[in-house]
Design a protein around this ligand. Structure first.
Ligand SMILES: [Zn+2]
Length: 437
C-alpha cells in the first residue's frame, strides 16, 4: 500500500474508453479501442494508453505487467444516484414512491441511529459497488450526521472518489428522522468542513426532496451552497405523479416542481436531479440553461412503477446526464443491468439507446454530469486510474451469444442485456486492485 504512489504498472488487455460524446458526434469516432492494448499507470494516474505493440516497447525495464488478455479494460462505472442506507430494503414488495418511503425507507433509515449498523451497511455497500465495477458514486446518507461521517470515513479508507451528504428532512417524515432548518444547516456545515475535498471525497448538500423539506430548509440549503463555490447538490425531482401533485399542494405559489428548486436558487452545474421523469416542457430548457445534471434510474423507475424517462427531450435540450441505480428503489448495484433496463424503458417510450451511448453515460458522461471529467471517466493521461476488467463470457449463454458477435458494439450490447456482477473480473482504484483474483 505505502509505495503505491511511487509505482508504475502496466495493464495488458483489450482497452476501451470514450474520448467524445456519442450523442453529439459520429459514434464511431467517440471512442478508442485497442484490441491488444495497454494501460500504463504511474502514481495511481493514467500515464499512457495505446496499442500493446507500441506502449510495451516504451516501458522502462522492470515494470510490472499485469495480464488481462482476453478481457476488456475500461473506466470504472459511475453511479450518479443511490442511497447506501437502503441497501437492505432492496426488493421490497408492492409500493409506489410515497408509500414506499413510509413503509420501507423511513423505518430502515431510522435504524441508522445505530452507528454500528451504519458501519456494517457501509462496508457491504462499498464491497458491492466494487464487485460491480462501480468506482465513483453520488450517494445519499440518512438524516443522521454520523451516517455521512461513517460513509466518508469508509470511502477514505478505500481511497475512493465519492460524493455524499447528510439527508435533510424537516417535515412529512417520522419524528425520529426529522432535523430542523437550523440543525440540518449546522450539521451539514460541520460535515463540509471535515470532508469536502478531503482526499477524493466531495460533499453534496442533500435535502431528500421538496416534499420533506420546508421552504425554510430549502432556503438554508441554498445558504450552504453559497458558502463554498464547489459544493455539490443532490435531490429528487418529478419521479412519481402523486409526488408531483403533492408538491403543487405544498408550494401553491410554484409554477411546477422544478420551479420550487429554482426559486430557492438550488439549480446549478453541480446539482443532480434524480429521476426527472414527469417534467414540463419548459423545465428541460431551464435545466440546460443552468447546466444542471439529471440522473436516469431505470431499474428504480420500473420497480417502483414511477414512469418512463424521456431521453430524447433530455438530449435535445443538451442536459448533462448520468446513470443511477437508485438502490434500494432500484433493484441492482450492477451498472450492466441498469443499462439493460434503460434500453427497455426507452423501447417502451419508442426511443433508442445504443450500446456506445449507454456505456458513455455510465463512464465519461456520468463524470461530466458530476463536473469530474477532468479527473475520472476515461483513460486520458493524468486521469485517476479507476477501472474495471470485464469478462464477456461468464455464462454458457453469454459464451454462445458472444461467439456470434463480430464488433465491440455488439459485445457491449450483449453485456448490457445479459450481463451482471459476474462479468466484472476485477476492479482497480488508483491503479490498485481492490476486487478480483
Ligand atoms: Zn433516490
Amino acid at each position: 500500500m505505502s509505495d503505491r504512489k511511487q509505482s508504475t504498472i502496466a495493464i495488458k488487455g483489450s482497452v476501451f474508453h470514450f474520448v467524445e460524446n456519442p450523442f453529439k458526434t459520429d459514434e464511431e469516432r467517440s471512442f478508442q479501442y485497442y484490441e491488444n492494448g495497454m494501460l500504463v499507470i504511474k502514481e495511481g494516474k493514467v500515464h499512457a494508453v495505446g496499442a500493446f505493440a507500441e506502449e510495451s516497447i516504451r516501458l522502462e525495464p522492470g515494470i510490472q505487467v499485469i495480464d488481462h488478455s482476453g478481457h476488456l479494460i475500461m473506466p470504472g462505472f459511475i453511479d450518479t444516484h443511490l442511497h447506501y442506507p437502503q441497501t437492505d430494503i432492496i426488493a421490497s414488495y408492492g409500493k409506489q414512491l410515497l408509500e414506499w418511503l413510509q413503509t420501507y425507507t423511513f423505518p430502515r433509515e431510522g435504524m441508522f441511529k445505530d452507528a454500528e449498523y451504519a458501519e456494517s451497511v457501509a462496508d457491504f455497500f462499498f464491497d458491492e459497488l466494487l464487485r460491480n465495477g462501480t468506482t465513483t458514486a453520488q450517494v445519499m446518507a440518512t438524516v443522521h450526521k454520523h451516517s455521512a461521517e461513517i460513509f466518508f470515513r469508509k470511502a477514505q479508507e478505500r481511497n475512493l472518489r465519492m460524493i455524499s451528504g447528510k439527508v435533510m428532512m424537516d417535515r412529512n417524515a417520522p419524528d425520529y428522522l426529522l432535523d430542523s432548518p437550523e440543525t440540518g444547516f449546522e450539521e451539514s456545515l460541520e460535515l463540509i468542513e471535515t470532508w469536502h475535498k478531503k482526499d477524493r471525497l466531495l460533499y453534496a448538500v442533500s435535502p431528500r426532496f421538496a416534499v420533506t423539506s420546508t421552504g425554510e430548509q430549502l432556503k438554508k440549503s441554498a445558504e450552504l451552497l453559497n458558502s463554498r463555490p464547489d459544493l455539490y447538490f443532490q435531490t429528487h425531482l418529478s419521479e412519481n405523479r402523486a409526488e408531483v401533485a403533492l408538491i403543487a399542494e405544498l408550494f401553491p405559489w410554484s409554477k411546477d416542481y422544478l420551479d420550487v428548486y429554482d426559486k430557492f436558487g438550488l439549480i446549478n452545474e453541480r446539482a443532480t436531479f434524480a429521476h426527472s421523469i414527469h417534467l414540463e416542457d419548459k423545465n428541460y430548457q431551464r435545466l440546460s440553461e443552468l447546466k444542471a445534471a439529471v440522473s436516469f434510474c431505470p431499474t428504480s423507475n420500473l420497480f417502483i412503477g414511477s414512469g418512463l424517462f424521456d431521453l430524447e427531450k433530455i438530449t435535445m435540450a443538451r442536459i448533462k446526464l448520468g446513470m443511477g441505480t437508485d438502490v434500494g428503489g432500484g433493484t441492482s448495484f450492477s451498472m450492466l443491468k441498469t443499462l439493460g433496463d434503460a434500453y427497455k424503458v426507452l423501447q417502451l417510450k419508442g426511443q433508442k439507446l445504443s450500446a456506445l451511448q449507454a456505456f458513455y453515460l455510465a463512464t465519461l458522461g456520468g463524470a461530466g454530469s458530476l463536473c469530474l471529467e477532468d479527473k475520472i471517466g476515461n483513460f486520458l493521461p493524468g486521469k485517476e486510474a479507476d477501472f474495471l476488467v470485464m469478462d464477456f463470457n461468464t455464462t454458457p449463454l453469454m459464451q454462445r451469444r458472444m461467439a456470434e458477435a463480430s464488433s465491440l458494439q455488439e459485445k457491449l450490447f450483449i453485456a448490457m442485456i445479459l450481463g451482471d456482477d459476474r462479468n466484472i473480473k476485477a476492479t482497480y482504484i488508483m491503479g490498485e486492485k481492490v476486487h478480483g483474483d
